[in-house]
Design a protein around this ligand. Structure first.
Ligand code: PEP
Length: 268
């Protein structure tokens, strides 16, 4: 299975900073041969989607295509959003629909990140509906699950992640093979505390079994990413685990050199 390395920029960036970061990433990818062995995506704040579509595709277009306005060449970096509305359109102030994201070339949308569950009260039911909306729009949802420190210490890790994933499977059973899952222990996000490769692998194996039981099509197809303080130093060991199919990377995705090292580690 081809690994996926996705950066989650969270609420960071500016027009100037984005241009520099993306040009460094594209230059680094080009230097390494131009075609990473893994899929690469950046999930950026909504106002920058239009800028990013231009930045990631421009260097790969021929001048002729550029003049004709054709956007057929595929960049080595794909575009992701950090959230998506469960609704298709209408009176939902502040929401952004899958169709709108699609207009800007969005390929992935993070759904149910723990920061949205914690600060915006998103329930697993909401996450399931957002997953459905993404799939309906032709966007691959990156569905985040993960336990808090208290839940881990109470021995509830497996039960929590299974419950979170079960809600998504329940509402999306027929096309569950089209999702990406990200296991992100809440205690490891932005804290510098990473799950050990063994801890991560153990949970990934549980999620894999749950997906396989839900759908024969999900077998060998659904990528399960690890997220939580993955960085240039620990990526290789985490990505070497049999059920870790990539990474969702926050802090380290904002530094081109670090993100490029993680991309390289995914290809080893
Ligand atoms: C995340 O926000 O998805 C994440 C994994 O963040 P960090 O890598 O900074 O822990």
């Amino acid at each position: 299975m081809k690994k996926l390395i996705a950066g989650n920029w969270k609420m960071n960036g500016s027009l100037v900073a984005n241009e520099l970061l993306v040009s460094e990433l594209l230059a680094g990818i080009k230097l390494a041969g131009g075609a990473p062995a893994c899929d690469v995506a950046v999930c950026v704040p909504t106002p920058y989607l239009a800028q990013l579509t231009g930045l990631i595709n421009r260097p790969f277009l021929s001048q002729k295509d550029d003049i004709a306005g054709k956007n057929t060449a595929r960049s080595a970096i794909e575009l992701g959003a950090q959230d998506i509305s469960a609704q298709a359109s209408g009176a939902y102030t502040g929401e952004v629909s899958g169709g709108m994201l699609k207009d800007f070339g969005v390929r992935y949308a993070i759904v149910g990140h723990s920061e949205r569950r914690a600060y915006h009260g998103e329930s697993s039911q909401t996450v399931a509906l957002k997953t459905k909306a993404a799939l309906a729009a032709g966007i691959t949802p990156i569905v985040c699950v993960g336990e808090t420190l208290a839940e881990r210490e109470a021995g509830q890790t497996e039960a929590v992640v299974k419950r979170q994933l079960a809600a998504v499977i329940h509402d999306n059973g027929h096309c569950i093979s089209e999702i990406v899952v990200a296991y992100e222990p809440v205690w490891a996000i932005g804290t510098g505390k990473t799950a050990t490769p063994e801890q991560a692998q153990q949970v990934h194996a549980v999620l894999r079994a749950q997906l396989n039981a839900a759908s024969s099509a999900a077998k060998q197809r659904v990528r399960i990413l690890y997220g939580g303080s993955m960085n240039a130093q620990n990526a290789k060991e985490l990505l070497a685990q049999p059920d870790i199919d990539g990474g969702l990377i926050g802090g380290a995705s904002l530094k081109a050199a670090d993100f490029l090292k993680i991309i390289a580690a995914a290809g080893e």
